[in-house]
Design a protein around this ligand. Structure first.
Ligand SMILES: *Cc1c(COP(=O)(O)O)cnc(C)c1O
Length: 357
């Protein structure tokens, strides 16, 4: 059976070495030494001022919204994982969808401007598949209209844009370290910012709002992550450059084997050093996509419709017109894509796709 992705696990001995340390110290959570070490290393890796390692990427988004004090309407993309929109709704804000650019599949800044009202407080945009948004245009809009910019950088580990990690952009960025992501801590995520006030608030809110053992200045939640999760991250970190190179090699094989007459790929934003997080292809129409999925499934190959449906079609959002997202979502498919995927399987997958469209 071939799935869309396969979690990378380091050699067991590397992980158990960390476990022995945890047992010796008997310190399993609450900002232990491994969490601190991971945060320090990630801070350097991303080149950011502040980072907080949290329990998952969804909570990272919710905390970002809460700490930035957002209310009212938040302009966001309909083409992302459900967690982006759900976090906005969960924090009692209204998601307002701005349509996407049909080449990068990221939010279109021109559509963002059209959606700004006096209730708008922020823009939450996703670097789709790790492809950078139009950062300059969004930054300009943010400054001009006094809107906070939060990037859902869940897919962006290891991506640089203009020689800086994508995590450095925006007022706040959030990332997921879920087991299906490129770099993972089993479950986990992080929030990054260069703003000391926001960083302080995020940190306080992530630990029940504690300001001391018996004092609480404001509302908080528990977003902490454990030593066991940090240990997985510390095992993954030295391996990541090599994993990205292996993914690049596999992407190159798909690039070569697939017939590009009737299918296409998103266009990478210029200035990007990509991480090869996903391998999405766009079909001519949904019925071809369904036929391809069916043919692959018959060989026990399971690609993923990601992102589908367009988030504008969620039952808890108001109806809004985003024709580009609603045209692309039904036609996009992420192919099986991970370093250990054998060459013969890449050939077989490509052949099935070529024969069915
Ligand atoms: C995975 C993902 C999330 C959620 O992260 P979790 O760690 O699974 O909670 C949010 N946004 C996007 C775009 C994602 O792909």
């Amino acid at each position: 059976m071939i799935n869309v992705t396969k979690t990378h696990l380091p050699p067991l001995e590397e992980y158990t070495t960390y476990l022995e340390g945890i047992w010796k110290r008997n310190w399993v959570t609450n900002y232990g030494p491994l969490v601190q070490e991971l945060e320090e290393k990630l801070k350097t890796y991303f080149g950011v001022q502040y980072i907080l390692f949290v329990s998952n990427g969804t909570l990272a988004l919710q905390l970002a919204i809460k700490a930035a004090g957002l209310t009212g309407e938040i302009i966001t993309t309909p083409f992302s994982y459900v967690a982006t929109t759900a976090s906005i709704a969960w924090e009692n804000c209204t998601p307002v969808f701005a349509d996407i650019d049909d080449s990068t599949l990221c939010i279109d800044p021109n559509r963002v401007i059209e959606k700004i009202t006096d209730k708008t407080t922020a823009i939450i945009a996703t670097h789709v598949y790790g492809n950078p948004c139009n950062i300059e245009a969004l930054e300009k809009i943010g400054k001009h209209y006094n809107l906070k910019i939060i990037y859902d950088a869940a897919h962006s580990f290891g991506v640089t844009y203009k020689d800086k990690s994508l995590l450095q952009y925006g007022d706040i960025s959030t990332i997921s370290f879920h087991a299906t992501k490129l770099f993972h801590t089993i479950e986990g995520g992080a929030i990054t910012t260069n703003d000391p006030k926001l960083a302080h608030r995020i940190s306080q809110m992530s630990n029940f709002g504690h300001t001391g053992p018996t004092t609480f200045d404001e509302l908080g939640i528990n977003a902490k992550n454990s030593e066991f999760h940090a240990a997985m991250g510390l095992c993954m970190l030295p391996r990541i450059e090599s994993l990205i190179l292996q993914r690049k090699h596999i992407a190159g094989m798909y690039d070569k084997l697939l017939h590009w007459g009737k299918i296409s790929k998103p266009v990478l934003s210029t200035g990007t050093n990509y991480n090869y997080a996903y391998y999405p292809v766009i079909f001519e129409n949904e019925s071809v996509l369904l036929q391809v999925i069916d043919a692959l499934n018959r060989q026990e190959i399971y690609p993923r419709r990601y992102f589908y449906p367009s988030l504008s079609q969620l039952p808890y959002v108001s109806r809004q017109s985003v024709p580009v997202a609603e045209r692309i979502s039904p036609r996009v498919l992420c192919l099986p894509f991970y370093p250990e995927l054998p060459e013969k399987d890449i050939s077989a997958i490509s052949r099935i796709i070529n024969n069915n469209c």
